[in-house]
Design a protein around this ligand. Structure first.
Ligand SMILES: NC(=O)c1ccc[n+]([C@@H]2O[C@H](COP(=O)([O-])OP(=O)(O)OC[C@H]3O[C@@H](n4cnc5c(N)ncnc54)[C@H](O)[C@@H]3O)[C@@H](O)[C@H]2O)c1
Ligand SMILES: O=c1ccn([C@@H]2O[C@H](COP(=O)(O)OP(=O)(O)O[C@H]3OC[C@@H](O)[C@H](O)[C@H]3O)[C@@H](O)[C@H]2O)c(=O)[nH]1
Length: 343
C-alpha cells in the first residue's frame, strides 16, 4: 500500500520566530523546560541534560504517572528546579527550549480518565505552544507511533497518515497526539515557532512504574515475582522495543538539529508479544509460566519503525538490543521490589 506523501510540504516558508528570542539579555546558560520530567523517559532526559553544565533544567509535572523519586538526585542542585504544575493550565516561565512530554503513556493510565488525557494532549500542547510563542523558545513534542493506529503499511514511515479509530477507547491518546502534531505545525506555519516532532515507538528501561501496565514492565515484574506472564491474545501482534538511553539520545539530537520532523525514533527490532514473553522467560526465570489472556479493543496488530529519516537526518540509530536491555531493567526492578536473583 502506498504512503500518503510528504508531511512537511508547506507552500511558503514560515515567518521568523519571535523577536524576543534575539532580544534577551545576555545569558550563558540554556534554560530548558521538560514537561512530564518526573516520568519514565522525562527523568532520563533530565539526567542527560543536567550532565551539560551549561544547561538549567526546569521540570513541570502533576505526578499523575511520574514521581519525585525519579528526580531526587537533582534536588537542591543550583541548575535544577521542579514545579508541581498541570500543563492544562497556562505556565509562565522564561526558557529557550521546551521538551513537551507531559501525558500519561501507558494504555491503562491514559484510558483511566480519557477526557483528562485528551485535554492534556490538546490544551496542554496549546499552552506549551503559547509559551514557546511568547518567549521564542524551540519546542519538541513527544508524539507516538500510535498516530499510525492499526497500521496498514509495514514498517511505518513518517509519510504514512495512519489508520486510527476516532471514537475508540484509545482515541483520547492517539487522536490527542494527532491533534497535538497539528497544533505544532499550525503554530510553526502561522507564527514561525521552531518545532520538533518525535514519533516515539515503544520504549522500555529502568524507572518504569512497576505496575505501569505496559508489556515489558509487566513481563519483567511477573517473571521476578514468579507470576505467569500474561500474553494478551492473539500473541502474534508485534512491537519494536527501544531502550531508554537510545531514546534520549535521539530526542536530544532532534532538538539540536535543523529538522522539524515528524521523525520516527524507535528500535526496528520487531518481536511478537509471545516472542517477548519467551525472551523474558529465558533471561529472567526459565520456570515461569506463560498464559494467554483477553486483549483490549483496537490493539494495533503490528508496529515497526522505518528509521531511514532518523539515520540520515539525525545520524541516529539505536545501539542496545532487547536481550541486552532486559537484564538492565531486571536489575532496577529487582532492587525496587527487593527480590534478588535465585542462586
Ligand atoms: N514510553 C513509550 O513507549 C512512549 C511511546 C510513545 C510516546 N511516548 C510519549 O513520551 C512521553 C513520556 O512517556 P513516558 O513513557 O515517560 O510516560 P510516563 O507516564 O512515565 O511520563 C509522563 C509524565 O507526564 C506527567 N503528566 C501527565 N499528565 C500531565 C499533566 N496534565 N500535566 C503535567 N504533567 C503530566 C506524568 O505525571 C508523568 O511524569 C509521553 O508524551 C508519551 O506519550 C512514550
Ligand atoms: O501484560 C500485558 C500487557 C500488554 N500486552 C500486549 O503488549 C502489546 C503492547 O502493549 P503496551 O501496553 O505495552 O503498549 P502499546 O504498544 O499498546 O501502546 C504504547 O504504544 C506507544 C506509546 O505511545 C505508549 O507507551 C503506549 O500507548 C499489546 O499488544 C498488548 O496487548 C500483553 O500481551 N500483556
Amino acid at each position: 500500500m502506498a504512503s500518503n506523501g510528504d508531511n512537511n510540504a508547506s507552500a511558503k516558508p514560515p515567518p521568523e520566530p519571535s523577536p524576543l528570542r534575539k532580544a534577551k539579555f545576555f545569558q550563558a546558560n540554556m534554560r530548558i523546560l521538560v514537561t512530564g520530567g518526573a516520568g519514565f523517559i522525562g527523568s532520563h532526559l533530565v539526567d542527560r541534560l543536567m550532565q551539560n553544565e551549561k544547561n538549567e533544567v526546569i521540570v513541570v509535572d502533576n505526578y499523575f504517572t511520574g514521581s519525585k523519586d525519579n528526580l531526587k538526585q537533582w534536588f537542591g542542585h543550583p541548575r535544577f528546579e521542579l514545579i508541581r504544575h498541570d500543563v492544562t493550565e497556562p505556565l509562565l516561565v522564561e526558557v529557550d527550549q521546551i521538551y513537551h512530554l507531559a501525558c500519561p503513556a501507558s494504555p491503562i493510565f491514559y484510558k483511566y480518565n480519557p477526557v483528562k488525557t485528551i485535554k492534556t494532549n490538546v490544551i496542554g500542547t496549546l499552552n506549551m505552544l503559547g509559551l514557546a510563542k511568547r518567549v521564542g523558545a524551540r519546542i519538541l513534542l513527544t508524539s507516538t507511533s500510535e498516530v499510525y493506529g492499526d497500521p496498514l503499511i509495514h514498517p511505518q514511515d513518517e509519510s504514512y497518515w495512519g489508520n486510527v479509530n476516532p471514537i475508540g477507547v484509545r482515541s483520547c491518546y492517539d487522536e490527542g497526539k494527532r491533534v497535538a502534531e497539528t497544533l505544532m505545525f499550525d503554530y510553526h506555519r502561522q507564527h514561525g515557532i521552531e518545532i520538533r516532532i518525535a514519533r516515539i515507538f515503544n520504549t522500555y528501561g529502568p524507572r518504569m512504574n512497576i505496575d505501569d501496565g505496559r508489556v515489558v514492565s509487566n513481563f519483567i515484574a511477573q517473571a521476578i515475582r514468579d507470576e505467569p506472564l500474561t500474553v494478551q491474545l492473539p500473541g502474534t501482534q508485534t512491537r519494536s522495543f527501544c531502550y531508554v538511553s537510545d531514546m534520549v539520545d535521539g530526542l536530544i539530537r532532534l532538538m539540536e538539529g535543523d529538522n522539524t520532523g515528524p521523525i520516527n525514533i524507535g528500535n526496528p527490532g520487531e518481536f511478537t508479544i509471545l516472542e517477548l514473553a519467551e525472551n523474558v522467560k529465558e533471561l529472567i526465570n526459565p520456570d515461569v509460566q506463560i498464559i494467554t489472556v483477553e486483549n483490549t479493543p483496537d490493539d494495533p496488530r503490528q508496529r515497526k519503525p522505518d528509521i531511514t529519516k532518523a539515520k540520515s537526518l539525525l545520524g541516529w540509530e539505536p545501539t542496545i538490543k532487547l536481550s541486552d536491555g532486559i537484564p538492565l531493567m531486571e536489575d532496577d526492578f529487582r532492587s525496587r521490589l527487593g527480590i534478588s536473583r535465585k542462586k
